[in-house]
Design a protein around this ligand. Structure first.
Ligand code: IPE
Ligand code: IPE
Ligand code: MG
Length: 231
């Protein structure tokens, strides 16, 4: 066991299992997404109060999620709009800055406007950056970053160049949690997870609690991180 605790600065979460949670109850999958959105609020409050967490990034919609039935995709878009409308107060009360990553140009003008106004309204909040990954894919993000560097006239690209051209306000995730028992990355934050600690839990996202999160954070704080060196 390490003598000093690891400092958790950048947390990322793959919120998975909404559909299965609903299906287990004989409900429509959309009910799982609704319950899941409530959990984001609890986790955001926990992260804002936590002494070391600076950012939390939630995977809300992947570049691959367009493959789902149109009814489910449309529901998720409406839920997101409603969520941002309702959560503005939570962000302001908890001094949380909201930020979106991913290609939001694919969304309706109304939803894009909602995302932009929420970003602007919370720009000066400093306790936590709450990032939602929306129409996000790790490969798309890296490709976009490299294209921007080429457009800026770069002939040779360093790792630091790529890190700074990414959309995330950090270049390394400390801890990645995935709920629902699936143990895969699903195109999330590919550049940023090179030395991330992973935690997979069987809990479905709508059943996830801040008590479980607190236990996972403690587990992370006591892991031995070597970064290729010797402990
Ligand atoms: C995660 O839950 C939410 C999104 C991907 C939008 P799922 O909808 O993937 O739930 P399962 O995996 O089908 O249970
Ligand atoms: C990952 O979950 C994407 C989000 C949580 C938004 P999926 O449910 O889409 O991932 P796969 O398809 O099981 O890998
Ligand atoms: Mg899933």
């Amino acid at each position: 066991m390490p003598t000093t605790k690891n400092r958790l600065k950048n947390l990322a979460i793959i919120m998975d299992g909404n559909g299965r949670w609903a299906q287990q109850r004989g409900l429509n999958r959309t009910k799982g997404h609704e319950k899941g959105a409530e959990i984001i609020r609890d986790v955001t409050r926990y992260c804002a109060k936590h002494p070391t967490i600076e950012t939390v990034t939630f995977y809300a919609f992947s570049t691959e999620n367009w493959k789902r039935p149109k009814l489910e995709v449309d529901f998720l878009m409406r839920l997101l709009d409603r969520y941002l409308q309702n959560e503005l107060a939570t962000y302001q009360e908890n001094n949380v800055r909201f930020m979106a990553i991913g290609d939001i140009a694919a969304f309706s003008p109304k939803l894009q406007a909602r995302i932009q106004t929420t970003e602007e309204a919370t720009r000066n909040n400093t306790d936590l950056i709450h990032v939602l990954a929306l129409n996000y894919g790790g490969r798309a993000e890296i490709t976009h970053a490299v294209n921007n560097l080429i457009k800026a006239g770069k002939k040779e690209i360093s790792e630091a160049d790529i890190s700074s051209a990414l959309q995330t306000p950090y270049s390394d995730v400390d801890l990645l949690i995935r709920t629902s028992g699936e143990e895969r990355v699903s195109n999330y934050l590919l550049w940023q997870i090179s030395y991330t600690e992973f935690y997979f839990t069987q809990t479905l996202w709508p059943d996830f609690t801040v008590e479980e999160l607190d236990n996972i954070v403690t587990d992370f704080e006591h892991r031995t991180r070597r970064f290729g060196g010797l402990s």
